[in-house]
Design a protein around this ligand. Structure first.
Ligand code: SME
Length: 154
């Protein structure tokens, strides 16, 4: 990822948000901006539904559709309510390989206005160590923005 792009990209994300429409059109555009702006393999979301995460809007190759609570990086991030930075997915016990090209990953849980996790943001790189602390910080900022849009309509 090109580090110098992060500040500009955050501004672009902020400016693309259309207050006239609800959550999903804005989420789709934000994910598209991120995927286009940075050389990432997969950028997407999983939505909390009962005991599962269900595949939500995403950009990239087809992915797993259902992830049980506590399974994989996404399921653990939801269960433990903490972000995960995984520089090498093979070193993460229980990692779910939706696609063998995914080598490093960031997952961040997003909270609604009652602080309940409603979705996780999942970012995959096809490079080992392709994601690090700077990327985690950037995607935490993006997550705050997505939460803000969600809380307006839910
Ligand atoms: N690798 C994830 C599954 C989702 S895909 O990367 C899109 C995990 O272990 O949770």
């Amino acid at each position: 990822m090109k580090e110098s792009n992060y500040g500009l990209l955050l501004k672009q994300i902020d400016s693309i948000v259309d207050q006239k429409v609800g959550f999903y059109p804005n989420l789709g555009n934000i994910l598209a901006l991120i995927k286009e702006g940075l050389s990432l393999f997969w950028v997407g979301t999983y939505i909390v539904k009962e005991n599962y995460l269900v595949l939500g809007p995403f950009q990239g190759p087809p992915a797993c559709t259902l992830i049980p609570k506590g399974k994989g990086v996404c399921g653990q991030s939801w269960e433990k309510e903490i972000p995960f930075l995984v520089p090498d997915v093979h070193s993460f016990e229980g990692h779910i390989a939706c696609n063998p090209n995914s080598k490093s990953e960031i997952v961040i849980p997003l909270r609604d206005k009652d602080k309940k996790v409603f979705m996780v943001l999942d970012i995959d790189s096809d490079k080992l160590n392709g994601l690090g602390q700077k990327e985690l910080d950037f995607f935490k900022e993006v997550s705050l923005l997505i939460e803000k849009i969600y809380r307006k309509s839910h």
